[in-house]
Design a protein. Structure first.
Length: 250
């Protein structure tokens, strides 16, 4: 089997902040199935695979007609899991949707597909910050990028970027909204060659400091394309996030 572009969703059973969150029941369905059905509805034109590390994750997906690939439980990152899965799928370009992003949109997926068809070896998306509180939060990753052409990413950080020197960094919501303050979203696309090579790339200095693996790509000389999306997103990282998602369902 092979495809020019495919979606692969890495799925890990165990998670630290929210144990077994992908199996968390929301209105009668596990979270991972909400994500699967959302992707199929939003981007039915693209082949869809789930790279799982446990039969407990494969079971509800297979029962609903989704394709799964069993991958190693020892992978250190979702990128490594994607690489193993793509040795079966053999796609030229892989779009990585996170298994805990139940509000991903077709527009986001298609924009990633467009970006990765360009010159960059990797692509991602960002969305404008609206609140200074979020901009200051180290758990919400920032990205700065150069507009035009492939919208090349310059850097990713947990620190506020850009830093308002004249204000000693003490910014309000209005300043954040008026300036290029972007939150990085956990949506990626890769060329197969980079995906396969990623695990062999040396871990960079900034990746070690920031604990952001996308910095490994930049530090090893690859370009990461980036564009802006205004579509709402909701990553389910905690039980409280699951409650928010259930409320959003109405």
């Amino acid at each position: 089997m092979s495809a020019a572009t495919a979606i692969i969703v890495p799925c890990r059973l165990e998670s630290t902040r929210f144990p077994r969150k992908l199996l968390h029941n929301i209105k009668g369905k596990p979270l991972v199935l909400w994500v699967a059905e959302r992707i199929r509805m939003e981007a039915p034109e693209l082949p869809l695979w789930f790279a799982v590390d446990d039969a407990l994750l494969a079971a509800p997906l297979n029962a609903a007609g989704f394709q799964t690939i069993m991958t190693s439980v020892s992978h250190q990152s979702g990128t490594d899991r994607l690489a193993q899965a793509n040795r079966t799928v053999r796609a030229e370009r892989v779009i990585n949707v996170q298994a805990d992003e139940p509000l991903v949109t077709g527009a986001q997926i298609r924009r990633l597909a467009e970006l990765i068809a360009g010159p960059a070896a990797m692509a991602t998306l960002a969305t404008p910050f609206k609140r200074a509180e979020d901009f200051a939060n180290p758990n919400q990753v920032k990205v700065v990028f150069a507009p035009g052409g492939g919208w090349r990413s310059l850097y990713f950080s947990r620190s506020p970027m850009p830093f308002a020197r004249d204000l000693s960094g003490k910014v309000d919501d209005a300043w954040v909204a008026a300036n290029p303050c972007y939150k990085h979203l956990g949506l990626y696309a890769y060329r197969a060659e980079l995906l396969e090579k990623f695990a062999t790339l040396p871990i960079g200095r900034y990746e070690r400091i920031e604990k952001l693996e996308q910095l490994r790509v930049l530090e090893n000389g690859y370009e990461i394309g980036c564009d802006v999306t205004s579509d709402p997103g909701l990553g389910v990282d905690t039980p409280e996030d699951a409650v928010k998602f259930e409320a959003a369902l109405g």
